[in-house]
Design a protein around this ligand. Sequence first.
Ligand SMILES: [Zn+2]
Length: 379
Amino acid sequence: MKLVVQVKLLPTPEQAAAMEATLHAANRAANLVAKIAFERRCFRNFDLRRHTYDRIKAEYALAAQAAQHVIKKVCDAYRTLHAGLAAGNLGKPGSPRRARIEARPISFRPLAAQPYDDRCLSWQHDARTVSIWTSAGRLKGVAFTGSAQQLALLAAHRRGESDLICRDGMWFLHATVEVADAPATRPDGFLGVDLGIANIATTSTGTRHSGKALNAVRHRNRELRRRLQAKQTRSAKRLLKRRRKEARFAAHVNHIIAKSIVTEAERTGRGIALEDLQGIRERVRLRKPQRVTLHSWSFHQLGAFVGYKAARSGVAVIHVDPSYTSQQCSHCGHVDKNNRTSQETFACTSCGFAEHADVNAARNIASRGAAGWAVSHAA
Ligand SMILES: [Zn+2]
């Protein structure tokens, strides 16, 4: 399984200036390559290299590897764009938005991320430094920092390319690590997980992960956005920064929740049953329309974190159809809208079973997980 580990670089002012100049040069080169690709309708790496390699190497003082990475970056960006167009994500054919996108070449921000391979970036794990190619020559001894866990992962499993990233004046490397999946053990029952707004995640054993702190941050930021909307330009940067901070906080919360869920499943020998998130947009929309975009990506992220942490621990994960999990009695199976007496309480109109509404839903998800697993492993 491939994971991305982010480490923060701690460059001296001189080192930072050299990296900044390098990103500027690489992205000016990328813009030229993108323009040539667009004019010639030439999007394949091999062909494009013939038209651009020598020129960008000379004009932008790029090393051979850097020039190749620039060309590859442009090809990848066009491939993503063309796939997006084909999938209809960027508007219908002929729509103004799509026409605008199709009318000009892709462009790169001056500080857009740049990929590095082992020939232009090397890691000294003991010294916690990297040596990195820049347009001002090779920088040695650029310090980096990360959590103990990240550093251990990197030292043992880093493979392939890393991206050099500058964000809000800070420098990062996104490194790829490859870790082997632990063999999935045969689960002894399933831990069901219900996702929601008030409680981000509730397990069938009754653990509730509150969304209170996260929702408070989101609410504050939404208010701020509303107030600053008038003063567009000056506040745009501030808002972007806030939004990134909010996303980082949400990711942090999701990591903690995912870890707790996987640890509990591992400790009790269970598998994990998650809602299939295909329907999450519809389901959340029923509650409050403006929250859809805010939360659906966050639920997908939580699912992804649970997925890779579980794979690393050898815990089985199964996705189940979540329809009616909130209306169904986890004790007798009776489905009735009136079973859900309030946001928090579930009381079965047939058998009288009562439970916290989210815990009841999580128990339904757990039993659907067990049933689904039995079916898919019957052979
Ligand atoms: Zn019942």
